[in-house]
Design a protein around this ligand. Structure first.
Ligand code: AMP
Length: 205
């Protein structure tokens, strides 16, 4: 199964992906996580990436496509994958189409107010786990035991930039994949378990 999750920041893509990857036994490839892993390096590439991420802007397509292409070559992605955060532009979608076919694109739709609240309340771990702050009052990740934290780009101003970037550059992908007949819209405003159920129903054919 080759899947893509589309959704505004805070739509719940990472949370849902953590479940779906287990159920479908495919790797969860988050380009945000791939970039954050590179930010701890001290080379020119990490400096370049940081300047975009900190402002809430997109990393240039060419660079992003290279990073993704490298990741998709790895052994674990040969029999399927769940892409979270890629593609984010039409140019990335075209590049992805050159690399592989997709089975489904899941569009997780959420109200803007809910998104802002979720992001302010989000805590993450470097292992990729995502929590609501109240789930980890001791800041200890339930998956790996490391310390959870708030992403620096989860502050109000950066979130507002990320939402407009989504509207301007990423939302055209909804029509792009609808026209290919592989888009499924999911109501992401429902409680987490209900959203998971709606997503899993897509695969019960
Ligand atoms: P995310 O964790 O998906 O919210 O991504 C965090 C940040 O990483 C984004 O705000 C962008 O700066 C960058 N990023 C992640 N995925 C992409 C992508 N496909 N294209 C460009 N920039 C990306």
């Amino acid at each position: 199964m080759r899947l893509v999750f589309i959704g505004a920041p805070g739509a719940g893509k990472g949370t849902q992906a953590a479940y779906v990857r287990k159920e479908l036994d495919i790797p969860h490839i988050s380009t945000g996580d791939l970039i954050r892993a590179k930010l701890s390096d001290t080379d020119a590439l990490s400096e370049q990436l940081r300047s975009y991420v900190e402002k809430g802007e997109l990393v240039p397509d060419e660079l992003m496509i290279d990073i993704l292409q490298e990741r998709l070559k790895q052994e674990d992605a040969q029999n399927g994958f769940l892409l979270d955060g890629f593609p984010r532009t039409l140019a990335q979608a075209d590049a992805l189409a050159e690399i592989t076919d997709l089975d489904k694109v899941i569009n997780i739709e959420v109200d803007r107010e809910a998104v802002a609240k979720r992001i302010a309340n989000r805590r993450v771990c470097k292992c990729g786990a995502t929590y609501m702050a109240q789930e980890v009052p001791d800041s200890v990740c339930k998956v790996c035991g490391e310390t959870t934290y708030q992403r620096p780009d989860d502050n109000y101003d950066t979130v507002m930039t990320r939402l407009s970037v989504f509207d301007e550059q990423t939302s055209p992908l909804i029509d792009y994949y609808a026209n290919q007949g592989i888009l499924v819209n999911i109501d992401g405003n429902a409680p987490v378990e209900e959203v998971t159920k709606s997503i899993m129903e897509v695969f019960q054919v």
